[in-house]
Design a protein around this ligand. Structure first.
Ligand code: TXA
Ligand code: MG
Length: 349
């Protein structure tokens, strides 16, 4: 398949309108279009078309028991696809459009291939102007997982998408860098006032608790982390977001980490806070050390994570050492992605 790659420099020009109309036709006719969102790029197909969902699973190499998020142009469009309620609208008023996905009981219109046979559906209303305009032009809801090959880091720019998806989809819309850089927060509505957090993201637990105090964090979000050195959680079904090199999260002072890593015989890369970059560079050389941002700037860290993992992969390291993130604010999203990328390998010094 030849993939059309189209750059969208400006949402407000006539050329963009024409491109998005074409992309809308591709979607309505059962094709696949990759599009930018404020979190990560999405691999989209018509959410009302069971065959489009099957194509998504196949393009991504994803097991078909892992359901897709249904994207809508406006929060109230969810009415057609899910049994909503007051709590949904409270969340929608506060956080939509934006990086929040809400799981609710599914209505008949959504094929079972999209929900992987579950009786619930995940609904998200993205804030990115290209995603919004594409939803309007398509006139159908868009089922979209992140546009990476299954198992690799989610794409946060068109370059990442092209690396994974060129030749596998009809069209890629390049809308520049994703602002947030980690996937949406996912919550499940349990009853009138209770939410379960299934995946942390740009909408933090603290923000959700302002809507309802009853937010339960699913056990798998932070993993079960026994005391000790390298631990591997048994509760993981899939290894996620994984770089090709073995990633270790380190909880210790830079001197401890450097002394440990320098002894290893493998080709080692270091991910570190900006403040420690000069220190590590002295040990390992500039071409092996990568800053993820300032220690207290978790937004930049989240934004850089997936790009760094992909860049480091291209340089073919055997091992990567990275600091164990904190778990408050958007740090929880970072922590959640990093323990998965590291397959729960954590070294405490
Ligand atoms: O930011 C995002 O959410 C991006 C952009 C493209 O919108 N999408 C994304 O999709 O990250 P994906 O498929 O990579 O991750 C969605 C997660 C999957 O782990 C899936 O298992 C879960 O949402 N999910 C979807 N529907 C579900 C449901 N009904 N119940 C439980 N989990 C569900
Ligand atoms: Mg994904």
């Amino acid at each position: 398949m030849i993939t059309k790659i189209i750059s969208i420099p400006d949402i407000n020009i006539q050329q963009t309108e024409i491109v998005l109309q074409q992309a809308g036709v591709v979607l309505r006719e059962g094709g696949l279009v990759v599009f930018p969102t404020e979190t990560v790029y999405g691999l989209g197909g018509n959410a009302l078309d069971k065959d489009a969902a099957a194509k998504i699973y196949s393009a991504k190499g994803r097991p078909s028991d892992n359901p897709l998020i249904v994207h809508v142009a406006r929060p109230e469009d969810a009415e057609l696809y899910a049994y909503t309620g007051e709590l949904y609208y409270q969340l929608a008023r506060a956080f939509m459009p934006g990086p929040l996905t809400v799981i609710m009981p599914v209505k008949q219109a959504i094929p079972r291939t999209v929900t992987a046979g579950l009786d619930t559906v995940a609904i998200r209303c993205p804030a990115h102007p290209v995603a919004h305009a594409l939803l309007i032009c398509a006139g159908v809801p868009i089922a979209a997982p992140s546009a990476n090959l299954s198992g690799s880091p989610s794409p946060t720019c068109a370059r990442h998408v092209i690396d994974d998806m060129n030749g596998r989809v009809d069209m890629i819309l390049d809308g520049g860098d994703s602002a947030i850089g980690v996937e949406s927060t996912i919550v499940k509505i349990e009853d009138d006032d209770t939410l379960t957090l299934l995946r942390p993201g740009g909408i933090t637990v603290e923000m959700l608790r302002e809507i309802t105090p009853h937010v339960r964090i699913a056990d798998a979000v932070l993993g079960v982390l026994p005391e000790g050195a390298t631990v591997l959680s048994p509760c993981m079904k899939y290894r996620h977001y994984s770089p090709k090199a073995a990633l270790y999260l380190v909880d210790g002072r830079p001197e401890q980490v450097a002394r440990y890593a320098v002894e290893r015989e493998s080709k080692t890369a270091i991910i570190c806070y900006e403040e420690n970059l000069a220190f590590y560079t002295d040990y390992f050389g500039a071409d092996r050390c990568f800053s993820i941002g300032n220690r207290d700037d978790e937004y930049t860290q989240a934004h850089r994570l997936f790009t760094l993992l992909r860049e480091i992969d291209k340089l073919q390291f055997d091992e990567i050492y990275a600091p164990l993130p904190k778990t408050d604010g958007i740090g929880m999203a970072l922590y959640n992605r990093m323990i998965r990328a590291a397959a729960h390998h954590i070294i405490h010094f």
